[in-house]
Design a protein around this ligand. Structure first.
Ligand SMILES: Nc1ncnc2c1ncn2[C@@H]1O[C@H](COP(=O)(O)OP(=O)(O)OP(=O)(O)O)[C@@H](O)[C@H]1O
Length: 334
């Protein structure tokens, strides 16, 4: 049944980015100066989960790198590294300019210096930018003359509401690309691409793909996870066709897989908060903070913790009820 299992991994780089031609053109033209060795305009990509923001960013950077040998690219996911020190370290490491620096004990400024000293232009993708502990990290990156920022985020209005006046004016004129959820037709095309790359012909009919596309509700991450779980179910049951009832049976494991892919990205403190809530099932805020302080090696401030908790909730990893001192947290059973 399967000809290439990689086609069902979220990390699989699709040969073609479906239905994003206009966005690819817009972003490429903003960043085009980089291909000629000059700084490009900073840009944002906004849109709900699974609309292809990260894939679009990486795709366009790859196109530019084909045109310019000296363009360095680097990637940061703030869900994994959100403090200023972690962000600089992750960016310098990903650019390949800090391999000789020790993780512990090296100041953030040393990693920042390495980024500044890169010869030629640098394009930095900062993913899930709203999760950064402190937006002054963006300010410092903006001040690096050799670095162009490509920032990825769920919600434009909320991000700008959180920026101070200086950042609002810095980034107010940055190019903004807004992605919408995929329609059923568009999602079916994305899934068809994966099927073509990974399955023998005739294993899944187009109406079943449309059914998956419908269930995915415009989120390609969900659609691909459901396709993959359906393939796994069919293989386990020794079926030679993936039918709607196989898809139906795969729904729950697909949801679990999406959740797991998000949990894998969590940095140390976010993961600790998540695990405390998951293990407890539900608990009040006071107990949560006490357990966190007990277990964290280097606890982050309460305000930062509250920000992390809000982000975990935004991605449906946890749920909460109430406000202030009466707030309780729960692990959502879906
Ligand atoms: N237009 C597309 N064509 C082909 N594959 C796509 C397309 N859009 C998204 N995908 C695939 O869907 C999955 C999710 O995409 P991606 O991670 O880029 O979404 P996102 O908007 O950044 O999501 P999140 O906000 O949840 O991180 C990836 O496996 C990606 O390859």
């Amino acid at each position: 049944m399967i000809t290439d299992a990689r086609a069902f991994q979220q990390e699989f780089v699709p040969q073609e980015l479906y239905h994003r031609d206009g966005e690819i053109d817009a972003l490429t033209s903003t960043l085009q100066p980089l291909a000629d060795g000059v700084a490009g305009g900073d840009a944002f990509i906004f849109g709900p989960s699974g609309t292809g923001k990260t894939t679009l960013a990486r795709h366009v950077v790859e196109l530019l790198q084909r045109e310019n040998l000296t363009l360095t690219s680097t990637y940061l996911n703030a869900m994994s590294n959100s403090s200023r020190a972690d962000a600089f370290r992750a960016l310098a490491n990903d650019a390949g300019v800090a391999n000789d620096l020790r993780r512990d004990g090296t100041p953030a400024s040393a990693f920042a210096d390495r980024l500044r000293e890169i010869d030629g232009q640098v394009i930095a993708i900062v993913d899930e930018v709203h999760v950064l502990d402190d937006y002054r990290t963006l300010q410092s990156l903006w001040e690096m003359r050799n670095l162009t920022l490509l920032m990825v985020c769920l919600d434009e209005d909320r991000l700008f509401a959180e920026f101070d006046g200086q950042l609002q004016s810095r980034f107010g004129s940055a190019r903004t690309i807004r992605l919408d959820r995929y329609s059923i037709e568009e999602m079916t095309a994305i899934l068809r691409g994966r099927v073509k790359a990974g399955l023998q012909p005739g294993v899944i009919r187009d109406d079943t793909l449309r059914y998956i596309a419908d269930l995915a509700a415009g989120d390609a991450r969900r659609g691909i996870a459901l396709l993959r779980a359906s393939v796994e179910h069919a293989v386990d049951d020794e079926r030679d066709e993936i039918t709607a009832d196989v898809v139906e049976a795969a729904k729950e494991s697909a949801r679990g897989a999406v959740r797991q892919s998000r949990v894998r990205r969590l940095g140390t403190d976010k993961r600790l908060l998540y695990e405390i809530i998951r293990d407890a099932g539900d608990l009040d805020g006071g107990t949560l903070h006490a357990r966190y302080e007990d277990r964290a090696q280097d606890p982050v401030a309460r305000g930062t913790r509250r920000k992390y908790l809000a982000r975990l909730e935004e991605y449906d990893l946890i749920a909460s009820e109430g406000n202030g001192r009466g707030k309780t947290y729960a692990y959502p059973h879906q």
